[in-house]
Design a protein around this ligand. Structure first.
Ligand code: STL
Length: 412
């Protein structure tokens, strides 16, 4: 495959535009501009992910940003925040967390390779490799003498799982994330906009313990595949894993919520906008590239190809493109995206072992998991709503946390 990186961007303005492309918000962008324009060196950026549940299709969204950073010549580090996965209400038990870290690392590498991104320069660091030592722990104590319990609690409110009887670990979590910026030696931290309060906590408090303030880069949260763009955390069947059988992808997409004529908060259209199109642009090295073929049955108008996202949206809004056809086109694209990743998984014993050992219970349950989608939808406007009223559970077959997925959510 021809590389996405035939030419790495070197002009400071172009580099800055690529680093911030598609972001919802940038804090202290001047720090990055000064490095590019005055210091004339590579910008060091890190992205942290806590290896909790199996990564799903939403992971494509931050991966696209990592591709931009690498293309802009940045030094990029992925933090596999294993202790954070443990501190977040023990989402990852200590016995399995190192396997999950390996699994996440292999998934990140496989996704990036699948979209043509050279990864030789990408660095991976496991949190526990440096978070238990003297300097780090002393920094944690220093920060705990500056940040109030209330501020720590508020900082973690959108990231740490909120429970009835919150544990002390939830207060430690945001402090450690702030200190990570220093110990990973970065100029900027990247994450979803759900990380904003932790990012602000870091900006406000690192200088008090003698460290510099970093820039913060935030991706938007993208609607999931649930009703009205909401995610349905209660439906594990609604999450499309990165390693997923093509038939299961079809089934899950078929049961996704997809209101006729509604473009806003439509998880499928969001996936096309925030994943499919940016990947096509990256591969082509050109903005605005879009090629979306739908294998529509002859009786509904036959195959159709869209060359602009706006045209696809307009047709969906007018009803010229019906939900079942949008679904089948999207499922085909997802399967195309997942095929090379799955191939890597199948040819790599280490990858398979990491999944098996990282998710032992899930493996055992897998067999009987996939339930048949009952609501196949209707081609008639209003039909889906009627079907939803009759069988709300079926109409609500959302992809859980595609948000996360789509950075909407926390990546767990
Ligand atoms: C999640 C979901 C998500 C982001 C994270 C975790 C980030 C974790 C993290 C931990 C330590 C850091 C940086 C980021 O230094 O969307 O479960």
């Amino acid at each position: 495959m021809s590389s996405t990186f035939d030419n790495v961007v070197t002009d400071p303005t172009e580099q800055y535009n690529l680093i911030t492309k598609g972001l919802q918000e940038t804090l202290n962008g001047q720090i990055i501009k000064d490095i590019l324009e005055k210091e004339k060196r590579h910008v060091k950026i890190y992205w942290g992910t806590a290896p909790t549940g199996k990564p799903h299709c939403g992971y494509f969204v931050p991966m696209i940003k990592l591709a931009h950073f690498l293309k802009a010549g940045c030094e990029v580090t992925v933090l596999l925040a294993d202790l954070h996965a443990y501190l977040d209400n023990m989402k990852a038990p200590l016995e399995v967390v190192q396997h999950r870290s390996k699994y996440y690392e292999l998934v990140v590498k496989a996704i990036l390779r699948s979209i043509g991104v050279p990864i030789e320069k990408l660095k991976f660091v496991v949190g526990s490799s440096y978070q238990q030592g003297g300097d780090y722990v002393l920094d944690l104590f220093k920060l705990s003498n500056i940040v109030s319990q209330n501020d720590a609690k508020r900082a973690g409110a959108d990231v740490v799982k909120q429970v009835a009887n919150p544990l002390l670990s939830g207060l430690i979590y945001p402090l450690m994330q702030a200190i990570d910026e220093q110990h990973l030696d970065c100029d900027a931290q990247f994450g979803g906009v759900d990380q904003r309060k932790i990012f602000v906590l870091a900006e406000e408090n690192l200088p008090s313990i003698g460290y510099k303030k970093r820039a913060h880069l935030m991706n938007p949260m993208i609607p999931g595949l649930g009703q009205g763009g909401k995610m349905s955390a209660s439906d594990p069947n609604s999450k499309i894993d990165i390693i997923e059988d093509p038939k299961v992808v079809k089934k899950k997409i078929n049961s996704a919520y997809c209101a006729p004529g509604e473009v806003k908060d439509n998880g499928l259209i969001a996936f096309i906008e925030y994943v499919v199109q940016p990947i096509q642009e990256l591969k082509a090295g050109q903005d605005g590239v879009f090629d979306f073929k739908i294998d529509r049955p002859e009786k509904y108008g036959g195959p159709i190809t869209y060359t602009s996202l706006d045209a696809l949206k307009a047709d969906y809004e007018s009803g010229a493109l019906a939900p079942p056809d949008l679904k089948s086109g999207t499922a085909d694209r997802i399967n195309e995206l997942l095929a090379p990743i799955r191939a890597e998984f199948e040819s790599n014993a280490e990858f398979q072992a990491a999944q098996k050992n990282g998710y032992p219970a899930a493996e055992a349950k897998q067999e009987k998991k996939v339930k048949k989608p009952k609501n196949k939808g209707t081609r008639y406007p209003g039909g889906a709503a009627a079907a939803a009223a009759a069988a709300p559970a079926d109409a609500n077959g959302a992809v859980e946390k595609t948000a996360e997925a789509l950075e909407t959510v926390k990546l767990d």
